[in-house]
Each structure stands twice: as C-alpha cells, then as structure tokens.
Design a protein around this ligand. Structure first.
Ligand code: FES
Length: 120
C-alpha cells in the first residue's frame, strides 16, 4: 500500500473509528446553508469530545425532505431534521451513551436490526 493511501486512511481515522456518521447537507432535504451549519457543529463537537467516529458529508440520500439527515453506522439508525440541539442529544445519548434517541429514530436499516438480534 502506498504511503499516501496509508496517510489518508490514518487521517480519516478508519482503524480507530467505532461509528461512521453520514450527514446529508442538502440541497433538497434542507437548504445548503442549514446543512453546512450542522456539518460545522458536528465537526466541532466530534473534535471536542474526541469520540472515535468518522464523519462524511453526503450530497443526497434520495429522501430529499425533512433533513438535514444523519445516518449512524454500523447501527443503521437514521435521524431527520438534525439541528445543533438535536445533534447534541444524539451525541450524549446515542454516540456516547450507546442508546439511540428512540423518539427521533426515523428509520433503522433492516440488516442492522437483524445483526443486533443475533448479538449476544
Ligand atoms: S438532498 Fe438530502 S436526502 Fe436528498
């Protein structure tokens, strides 16, 4: 593997990551300004807390309404209408505490549910 690939993987935090946050920043599920604001907030809070997650901007999940959307993997949990207050609660309860914010879970991937059912 080349040095540049190894550096990139390290910079992305791939091997240390325990979760991956995918955030749609619009333009159809929310306006792009709103999307960028939540992206900046997520970036800031992830850095401040030091939680081992990767974060990636997504241009569109094909939902295109009710965003910004946040998908948390490998949990397969989807949250809509993310703003800074909602993300802070998701951060505290789900990402740090391990319990999804049930009332805000818009969807859960079918395969994720099957995986957790098989877990001891
Ligand atoms: S623009 Fe966000 S889901 Fe399509």
């Amino acid at each position: 593997m080349s040095d540049s690939i190894q550096k990139g993987l390290q910079k992305a935090g791939v091997s240390a990551a325990r979760r991956h946050l995918l955030i749609c920043i619009g333009p159809d599920c929310c306006n792009s300004r709103q999307g960028e604001l939540i992206w900046d907030f997520v970036k800031k809070r992830v850095k401040e807390t030091g939680i081992p997650v990767m974060r990636t901007k997504a241009a569109c999940f094909r939902i295109c309404s009710g965003g910004p959307w946040l998908a948390v993997y490998p949990d397969g949990i989807w949250y809509g209408a993310i703003n800074s207050a909602r993300f802070e609660r998701i951060l505290q309860e789900h990402l740090l505490g391990g319990k999804p914010v049930r009332e805000w879970v818009a969807a859960r991937c079918g395969w994720a549910a099957e995986c957790s059912e098989r877990m001891p």
